[in-house]
Design a protein around this ligand. Sequence first.
Ligand SMILES: CC(C)(COP(=O)(O)OP(=O)(O)OC[C@H]1O[C@@H](n2cnc3c(N)ncnc32)[C@H](O)[C@@H]1OP(=O)(O)O)[C@@H](O)C(=O)NCCC(=O)NCCS
Length: 154
Amino acid sequence: MSLIWELKRIDQCTPEDVLAFCKLRTDVFFLEQAITEEEIDSHDSHPATEHIWCRDGQTTVGYVRVVRQDSAPPDDHGISTSIGRLVVHPEYRRQGIARELMDRAVAVCGSEDVILHAQTYIRDFYENCGFQPVGEVFDEAGIPHIRMVKRAGS
Ligand SMILES: CC(C)(COP(=O)(O)OP(=O)(O)OC[C@H]1O[C@@H](n2cnc3c(N)ncnc32)[C@H](O)[C@@H]1OP(=O)(O)O)[C@@H](O)C(=O)NCCC(=O)NCCS
């Protein structure tokens, strides 16, 4: 398999790019995981958000985004840079693609502290990517989550 990797801010994306990664996200989060909360949000169009995805020919295989907020949400430990919306197409799972997406996202974050909201079933995976759990498990979109942080330089 030869994947093509993309890293773009919204003003660099074509309409086809946006449709492709939004389709993968909604296919997985809406249809597979039955999440009924907002999926496409204001972070997607923020000029500082980095969209990272890969494709196999015309198939969008995986996606993750790096969000930089103007101020940190109160519950996110003062950290304004986050990684989220990690998804891999069901037919391409368990081949290391999520790990590659995370490695690229962490590289984009550079020397910043980074936070993510992990679905608890995948917590060990994020620990292997260098993130440590902080705080208690909480409900987000009807799914148990835990905040996980990667401190600069760790
Ligand atoms: C979670 C997800 C992104 C993993 O993608 P992937 O490309 O299959 O992951 P990788 O192949 O890089 O897996 C790396 C490691 O993650 C862990 N992992 C992957 N899928 C897992 C699962 N379903 N349950 C538990 N651990 C899992 C394993 O440790 C795995 O290593 P291994 O294959 O050597 O056992 C993918 O299953 C997905 O899109 N799920 C639905 C959306 C979702 O839950 N996103 C996470 C939001 S926080």
